[in-house]
Design a protein around this ligand. Structure first.
Ligand SMILES: [Zn+2]
Length: 308
């Protein structure tokens, strides 16, 4: 019997990653189905590559989040200030969506440990803390995945490479006292969140930064990290909000600069033999279509380079 060719890159996705929001809401929810459709149209996502997550188990979420916060999320009893801080109106569908996307990152991480490279077509909700959410983030998917895999003996050291333009404040706080999780965040220094938490390595960027300066900094810091830390798995938050023209980003990376960024991260992991899981994190281009186009870049580059 001929063997099936190995899937190019397994990707977690669920139709309910998409959630109807009020028309005036700034979050581009449509980017999730648009990204999936684009990857399929480009031949980057075959049916056999798809992982459809279920809702994350409460027992798994409790490894990161407090019982009180999870209870509020499950029952819709967050107070109005807590909902404002999250920035998305609570609904049962939002709670379900957050659990699906969190499980998606966990499933993608398991796939990455087997295949060397995998992705979630959502995730990277790095502004979620143990006891509260903010900045469109309810649950910290990467933190949940790390804690579950460690509980299950699949992982010891994890590296979080967070290149979303906003600091990974929730992730930094959750692993502040954990020497086995290296949190690396490169973000707009003057951008949200104004009060930064301390990551293992924070690189604050000036407004308006372009390709060459950004990539030179990234190169230097990846090199530095590799000399200090040897992870069993890398979580990449491939936010595309550093792109020029992003509504919230304030940086100025070109499409080519983003592609070079993705190659740099993928290459680093590949050359060091570090399994890599990609989450898409933020992106707020002029239209959801354009945002999805930018998110597709990392998948195109991953296909070009192949797995670790
Ligand atoms: Zn962001």
């Amino acid at each position: 019997m001929p063997r099936e060719p190995a899937p190019a890159m397994r990707c977690a996705y669920h139709p309910d990653y998409y959630l109807e929001l009020p028309p005036s809401h700034p979050f581009p929810m449509a980017k999730y189905p648009l990204l999936k459709a684009r990857l399929q149209a480009e031949g980057l996502l075959a049916p056999g590559d798809l992982i459809e997550p279920r809702e994350a188990d409460l027992a798994d979420l409790r490894l990161v989040h407090t019982d009180a916060y999870l209870e509020q999320l499950a029952t819709g009893s967050l107070d109005p200030a807590a909902v404002r801080r999250i920035g998305v109106p609570w609904s049962p569908a939002l709670w379900r969506r957050s659990r699906l996307a969190t499980q998606g990152t966990l499933e993608a991480a398991r796939a990455a440990l087997e295949d060397g490279l995998a992705a979630n077509l959502a995730g990277g909700t790095h502004h979620a803390f143990a006891g509260h959410g903010e900045g469109f983030c309810l649950l910290n998917d990467v933190a949940v995945a790390i804690r579950v895999l460690r509980r299950d003996g699949r992982l010891r050291r994890a590296l979080v490479v967070d290149l979303d333009v906003h600091q990974g404040n929730g992730t930094a706080a959750l692993f502040a006292d954990d020497p086995d999780v290296f949190t690396f965040s490169m973000h707009g220094e003057r951008n949200y969140p104004l009060q930064k938490m301390r990551s293992t390595l924070d690189v604050g960027l000036a407004d308006g930064l372009g390709d060459e300066a950004y990539l030179a900094l990234l190169d230097g810091h990846l090199e530095d990290i590799a000399g200090r830390f040897d992870p069993d798995l890398v979580f990449y938050l491939a936010g595309v909000d550093p792109a020029r023209g992003d509504r919230y980003g304030r940086l100025a990376l070109s499409d080519d600069g983003l592609a070079r960024r993705e190659r740099r991260v993928l290459d680093e992991c590949r050359s060091r033999g570090w399994p890599l899981v990609v989450t898409i994190a933020g992106g707020y281009a002029a239209t959801p279509e354009r945002t999805a186009e930018l998110h597709a870049i990392v998948f195109r580059e991953a296909r070009r380079l192949g797995p670790c």
